[in-house]
Design a protein around this ligand. Structure first.
Ligand code: UDP
Length: 362
């Protein structure tokens, strides 16, 4: 079986790493299985791309479509045009896509129109928020996917509601957590750890990149100033996403506690998360990692496609207003309650299950 694996953006690289390892393990056991890795070039900054390939030992892509940035339509169209050519020149039995970025949806449409089967890893999660580009990517991808791999039973139920065949849905766990477990003994402190006098449990991590939080400059500045004031004497390490940086430019916001740093590589970032007091974020993936690590997470969004993180209690869905963040964070400081729990099958073996199931189907 020949699989073309598609990855375009930071969270994709983290998700494909263990899948490729699982394929290589099967190959070493004699399975007739090969893969071709296609990087669409959606994320191209070294900090968001090359670093992850190096740190997670992901093989050099066989092709890089180099689509780079653009509006939603420009980027999606550019990926589709380039991926069609790629697939025609390099036929395969199956295209494997992960997550919910534009590359996920664009390559799924192209593959299906060339009558190639598609498998979607992290299928079926839904926020219900149609203003999120990712939600549209999820719905379109899942509407034409052949084999679904899910992180929760709820994701499977969502797929059934949309009319998916029950036999095509496989609850396997979470590949992002496979990567976490595979690398926990390799994480290391970043170069600024001593410089900023960071100690385990004495700082907060902040990440923001969703359009709803960062695209409007004044409300982004108000949010940052509010967080800076709210945290008292705790330092806040803010690895700034290029999208957010582009909005803020070089202006000096005179923040007392927030320290802006470049986006972190995986090993430094997970060290920072694992040792933090709490995390404030609008990321989906980080709310999963904090759940497994038992780190309190305050999600600056109105919805989540990962409700298990809320049910377990590590993740608090705040909305986008600083007033509610202050209230919920204040309550957390008072009761100091820290919850932890591992969702079903988030055991580090999802990728192996995926490859076993694919081999049994083809
Ligand atoms: N991440 C990282 N360095 C950073 C910020 C995030 O390694 O500076 C990792 C993080 O651990 C998570 C993934 O990138 O696994 C999430 O990416 P992001 O928040 O961009 O995407 P989302 O999950 O919201 O789609």
């Amino acid at each position: 079986m020949k699989i073309t694996i598609v990855a375009g953006a930071r969270p994709n690289f983290i998700k494909i790493a263990p899948i490729i390892k699982a394929i290589e393990k099967k190959q070493s056991e004699g399975a007739t299985l090969s893969f071709r890795l296609v990087h669409t070039g959606q994320h191209y900054d070294k900090n968001l791309s090359d670093t992850f390939f190096e740190e997670l030992n992901i093989p050099h892509p066989n092709a890089n479509l180099e689509v780079k940035s653009g509006s939603q339509a420009q980027q999606t169209a550019a990926i589709m045009i380039a991926f069609e050519q790629e697939l025609l020149e390099n036929p395969c039995d199956l295209v494997l896509v992960v997550g919910d970025v534009n590359s996920t949806m664009a390559c799924t449409i192209v593959a299906k129109k060339l009558n190639v089967k598609v498998t979607h890893v992290e299928a079926g999660i839904r926020s219900g928020d149609m203003t999120m580009p990712e939600e549209i990517n999820r719905i379109v991808t899942d509407s034409i996917t052949d084999y679904f791999f899910t992180t929760s039973t709820l994701a499977g139920e969502n797929l059934l509601k949309y009319g998916a065949e029950p036999s095509a849905i496989h609850f396997v766990g979470n590949v992002m957590i496979d990567t976490l477990y595979q690398n926990l003994n390799r994480i290391s402190s970043p170069y600024f750890w001593n410089e900023y006098q960071l100690e385990s449990g004495n700082y907060i991590i902040l990440t923001l990149h969703r359009p709803s939080n960062v695209d409007e400059e004044n409300s982004l500045i108000d949010l940052l100033k509010g967080i800076d004031k709210m945290v008292g004497d705790k330092k806040v390490i803010f690895p700034i996403h290029p999208r957010t940086k582009a909005i803020l430019g070089e202006q000096n916001l005179e923040l007392k506690n927030i320290i802006t740093v470049e986006p972190q590589g995986y090993l430094n970032f997970m060290y920072l998360i694992k040792n933090s007091f709490a995390v404030i974020t609008d990321s989906g993936g980080i709310s999963e990692e904090t759940t497994v690590l038992g780190i309190p997470c305050f999600t600056l969004r109105t919805t989540t496609e990962r409700p298990e993180t809320i049910e377990i209690g590590t993740n608090h869905l705040i909305g986008t207003s600083i007033t509610n963040l202050e209230k919920v964070f204040g309550e957390f400081l008072q009761n100091g309650q820290r919850k932890a729990g591992i969702p079903e099958l988030w055991d580090g073996k999802a990728s192996e299950r995926i490859i076993d199931i694919l081999l049994s189907k083809m």
